[in-house]
Design a protein around this ligand. Structure first.
Ligand code: TYD
Ligand code: MG
Length: 464
């Protein structure tokens, strides 16, 4: 086999180049290309495989396969698709300090308490530190096997000499290196090779592998392309600084749905599961201020009510500001344009701020109607009724379009004490226990939210 001469690798996207360059052509990053020695795996080129293809029907059926391994942390298990599949590998990414190590240690401790063999290998913290953390979380009695190692060959030879763990966690892949390569730990080549060796061990032994990875500032797991295709599932652990909520989200899952989320709260004693997140994201609503609307949302199979807050104020000077937290800013611009063109709400000269309460990121298009309602109310200065919820997608024509699973959303709203739901026309939800108000387009929504805004002053007019 011809050996590749491309051993200049971009540390941000993993693209290989034949020579050094200041800028990576693939991702546009500057100064990200580093020379890496090409790996020469032992026995390379030798023919080893004795594999032969199987007929699909001859393989084990789902009931014959070993059961999924649950950790007992329901929020975690659900995001994994109902537990960990033996022999699978999962990558858990997140910003440093978000709580990845805490989550995984808790999951392993809970799994080990069921009598299973769980191993946690930390390349970042010394054993004493891990033990201290476990003691703080009240887990010191849990029979998790701890290890502190960074060389993948050491890790694998230790693992192979003992019983196969049910779950193996590596914290983090950026610290693990293989002696087969000259490159420094944390480089793409190291992360890729070490992860590959660990994944191969998991597949061969049947252990479920959890790889923890830090996300770089640009929001990418270092070498995402290098590792994401190796693993069966990619989960992100996210949370805003200053908020206690943490959300575990599946972005790829070969064994389960990808739109599930798990909600946790960071406490003084580790992460606590939040089984009723709607109550948490709604907070305490007094319901008198203009500019807030509750969106009856859905995250995966689970309904979630969140408060959308808007603020519209005359722009003081220059280009009006648009600031968004927890929602897509392009979507806000689109919604403002639709409200202007289809309902006559000219906010072009106003500063517009939008915030999703509780630090949640909402990506569902069905949040359009709630956002529009919050903006209309913020613009007009008239508060919306505090016991109303909203959902529906707004199209460029101004029409309000249906959203999936209305019954689930409405049931959750009724459970939390809401009385009225503003929904797209044609929404069927019998027995939801809420009064439904149908809207066909944004103009009807404006009427419902209190009519044409009273306040329509721009920052340049001085009519006071
Ligand atoms: P950690 O799991 O170390 O983050 P990561 O592995 O993602 O880098 O979590 C660290 C943060 O969590 C730290 O800022 C302190 C906080 N924390 C608590 O608030 N309570 C706790 O019981 C623990 C263990 C951590
Ligand atoms: Mg950590």
């Amino acid at each position: 086999m011809a050996r590749s001469s491309q051993n200049f690798v971009c540390q941000s996207c993993g693209a290989a180049h034949s020579r050094w360059n200041g800028k990576c052509d693939a991702c546009g990053g500057w100064n990200t290309i580093v020379e890496e020695a090409a790996a020469v795996p032992a026995g390379a080129g030798a023919r080893r495989s004795k594999g032969r293809p199987f007929a699909l029907e001859d393989l084990q059926t789902a009931d014959e396969l070993p059961p999924r391994r649950t950790t007992g942390i329901a929020e975690f298990d659900r995001v994994c698709g109902g537990g960990l599949v033996p022999g699978s590998a999962i990558l858990i990414g997140g910003d440093p300090g978000v709580g990845k190590s805490t989550l995984i240690l808790q999951a392993l401790a809970s799994h080990a308490l069921q009598g299973a063999h769980a191993i946690y290998i930390s390349g970042e913290e010394a054993m004493a530190q891990v033990r201290m953390r476990a003691a703080r979380m009240g887990l010191s009695q849990s029979p998790v096997a701890l290890g502190s190692a960074t060389c993948v060959e050491d890790i694998l030879s230790t693992l192979e000499s003992g019983p196969t763990p049910s779950i193996l966690a590596i914290d983090s892949i950026q610290t693990i290196w293989t002696s087969a390569l000259d490159a420094a730990p944390g480089t793409i080549a190291q992360v890729r090779t070490a992860s590959f060796d660990l994944v191969r061990y998991a597949k061969a032994s049947g252990a479920a592998l959890l790889l923890i990875g830090h996300v770089t500032k640009e929001g990418q797991i270092a070498g995402p392309k290098a590792v994401e295709h190796l693993v069966d599932a990619v989960l992100y652990f996210e949370g805003e600084r200053g908020h206690h909520f943490r959300i575990l989200r599946a972005v790829k899952n070969r064994f389960g749905p990808t739109d599930e989320i798990g909600v946790f709260e960071m406490t003084g004693r580790g992460l606590a599961e939040v089984s009723n997140p709607s109550a948490l994201f709604l907070g305490d609503r007094s319901g008198t201020a203009p500019g807030t609307a509750v969106f009856a949302g859905l995250e995966g199979t689970r309904p979630l009510l969140v408060e959308i807050q808007g603020l519209v104020a005359p722009a003081g000077y220059g280009t009006p500001r648009r600031a968004v937290v927890g929602w897509d800013s392009a979507r806000l611009s689109m919604l403002l344009a639709v409200l202007d063109a289809r309902a006559g709400l000219a906010m072009g000269s106003q500063d517009v701020y939008l915030n999703v309460a509780g630090g949640l990121k909402v990506s569902e298009p069905a949040a359009d109607v709630a956002t529009a309602a919050a903006l209309i109310s913020a613009f007009s200065g008239q508060p919306l009724p505090s016991d109303w919820v909203y959902f529906g997608e707004v199209s460029l024509s101004g029409a309000v379009r249906p959203a999936p699973q209305p019954e689930l959303r409405l049931k959750e709203a009724a459970k939390l004490g809401f009385h009225t739901a503003v929904v797209p026309e044609g929404t069927k939800a019998e027995g939801a226990g809420l009064e439904l108000k149908f809207v066909r387009d944004v103009a009807e929504l404006v009427q419902l939210a209190g009519g044409v805004p009273r306040r329509r002053r721009s920052g340049n007019e001085s009519d006071e």
